[in-house]
Design a protein around this ligand. Structure first.
Ligand code: CP
Length: 306
């Protein structure tokens, strides 16, 4: 049983495998699960904007027969009157069975889980973690490549503030023979806790570079990310760095024919629209898989036997 999901490391490798297997079954037979979460209520508390994470959780709950309450804008909640996250969660737990929360402050979902009588799922906390995006990424990679081990994965863009990158490195570093190419400007390199933690494992190797072109021929999967404007302290730095990498068809000429191109989305400018029609572009499929694996997660966390 999964109590709370704050960090992808809250899940064992075995639990991830079970979620992927359940997601596969949901994909194969959606009708079988249409009433699985009947009479259960999900609350979505989004203190930061979201399109995919919030709506995919809501769609997942509704498609499994459950109910959804919540807010997409904290300005419409009593947070504007100064109510703490802990009190908000205690309140919402009276009206729901499980809470999905996104917050700009790192650690807010953990703080919430200490006060909450119902399970909390972290839907992104500042520049820290985004474990359910990682589940979507793992499910997509497994479906596209047929495996999670022995892969060379390029992560490109804002590796400093990109929380999806931090969670994905932590998750993929559990698999044998994984090689990472970390592509970023010097100022946006992955934080030390990632370099000194997950990437130091003996089964993992990695290189850091500022050149996407130099590594693209080696890659099995390429995970592009946007530069996280909302995490910068000044606009001038963002403007200088925002277009550091733009993936084009020209860049892909030297890539493997079976490369899988991923992006957690939203995209700003880092993948040219011309790439969308290339069969290697799988980021819209990845977004769909996100809903399916979130269905599996909700069912597992609510203890539904399916
Ligand atoms: N990938 C992701 O977290 O997208 P949203 O910000 O739209 O939820």
């Amino acid at each position: 049983m999964i109590k709370n999901l704050n960090d992808i490391n809250d899940l064992s490798g075995e639990q991830v495998e079970r979620l992927i297997a359940l997601a596969e079954d949901i994909l194969a037979d959606r009708a079988k699960y249409q009433d699985s979460l009947k009479h259960r209520t999900l609350a979505t508390l989004f203190f930061e904007p979201s399109t995919r994470t919030r709506l995919s959780f809501e769609a997942a709950m509704l498609e499994m027969g459950g109910n959804v309450i919540g807010f997409a804008d904290p300005n419409s909640s009593s947070a504007t009157k100064g109510e703490s996250v802990a009190d908000t969660v205690r309140t919402v737990a009276c009206y729901s069975d499980i809470i999905v929360m996104r917050h700009p402050k790192e650690g807010a979902p953990i703080a919430a889980s200490l006060r909450s009588p119902v399970p909390i799922i972290n839907a992104g906390d500042g520049g820290h973690h985004h474990p359910t995006q990682t589940l979507a990424d793992l499910f997509t990679i497994r479906r596209e490549k047929g495996r999670l081990d022995g892969l060379t994965i390029g992560l490109c863009g804002d590796l400093k503030f990109g929380r999806t990158v931090h969670s994905l490195i932590q998750a993929m570093s559990r698999y044998d023979g994984v090689r990472f190419a970390l592509v970023s400007p010097e100022e946006l390199r992955a934080p030390d806790y990632i370099l000194e933690g997950a990437l130091r494992r003996p089964n993992v190797s990695y290189q850091e570079t500022d050149s996407l072109e130099s590594v693209v021929p080696e890659l099995d999967a390429l995970y592009m990310t946007r530069v996280q404007r909302e995490r910068f302290f000044n606009e001038a730095d963002y403007v200088r760095l925002k277009d550091s990498y733009i993936l084009t068809l020209k860049t892909l000429e030297r890539a493997k024919r079976d490369l899988t191109i991923l992006h957690p989305l939203p995209r700003v400018n880092e993948i040219a629209v011309e790439v969308d029609d290339d069969p290697r572009a799988r980021y819209f499929q990845q977004m769909f898989y996100g809903k399916v694996i979130r269905k599996a997660l909700l069912a597992a966390m609510l203890g539904v036997s399916v």
